[in-house]
Design a protein around this ligand. Structure first.
Ligand SMILES: N[C@@H](CCC(=O)N[C@@H](CS)C(=O)NCC(=O)O)C(=O)O
Length: 224
């Protein structure tokens, strides 16, 4: 059975779990990273010498780097659907996956860490405001793109929407002032209708570090 090693609240792991769920794959989540440990074991080092999550094992095949894992799962288990057959359309999906990592992820995650991952009395409002502004500025590029089509690679949902969709949930669910981005909001609203997104991305992530750690512990207790 496919194994996904990681923590269900980790930003880079969420897109992988979401993808597996979209594809209806039978998989086992192996809790690893953070307080779950496991990354220092020889067994994990053989799968991923970087000792980072997410990492997957599909039979004898191990793979790391979240976007590459999303591509692999879509190409292997959903060719022509989530992984477009048309090379140019696939390249556009790839482009937005890379863009998610190279441009959108960092300002959104910094904004996320400056808010819900920082104790309320240690938050710096000016810093949060600056980071929220930087995130919105980058997402304005996506806003323009989505004026021409409903999903990043055309008329249908593809792997191109996955890493960005996970970033979008963080962007839209922290307590900051956001400018109106109607096309991004419409795209995000469509993602919110997807059962796999609801289950694995739209998870309450807490409002402060204590709540988040309690949620992680609850996952371990559930064997999530
Ligand atoms: N570029 C890598 C980044 C992987 C990464 O930095 N993973 C972090 C979690 S998001 C990690 O493993 N940190 C150690 C830990 O969680 O214990 C990817 O997208 O998979």
């Amino acid at each position: 059975m496919l194994e996904i090693w990681g923590r269900p609240y980790s930003s880079n792991v969420i897109p992988v779990i979401w993808t597996a769920e979209e594809l209806g794959l039978d998989y086992k989540l192996k809790l690893a990273g953070g307080s779950f440990g496991q990354l220092d074991t020889p067994q994990f080092g053989k799968m991923n010498p970087n000792r980072l999550i997410p990492t997957i094992r599909d039979g004898d095949f191990a793979l790391w780097e979240s976007h590459v894992i999303v591509r692999y799962l879509c190409a292997q288990y959903s060719p022509g659907i989530l992984c477009p057959e048309n090379i140019q359309q696939r390249a556009i999906a790839d482009q937005w996956m890379e863009w998610s990592g190279s441009r959108a992820f960092t300002p959104v995650i910094q904004m996320f860490f400056a808010t819900v991952r920082t104790e309320p009395d240690e938050r710096v409002p000016d810093k949060v405001k600056t980071l929220a502004g930087e995130a919105a500025q980058v997402l304005a590029i996506l806003e323009e793109h989505l004026a021409r089509q409903p999903y990043v690679a055309g008329d249908e949902f593809t792997m191109g929407d996955i890493p960005l969709g996970a970033v979008a949930y963080r962007y839209f669910n922290v307590d900051v002032i956001r400018p109106s981005l109607p096309n991004v909001e419409a795209w995000y609203a469509k993602l919110c209708e997807r059962p796999a997104y609801q289950k694995h991305v739209m998870r309450f992530f807490g409002t402060n570090p204590d709540e988040w750690q309690a949620l992680e512990r609850a996952c371990a207790a559930e064997g999530d």
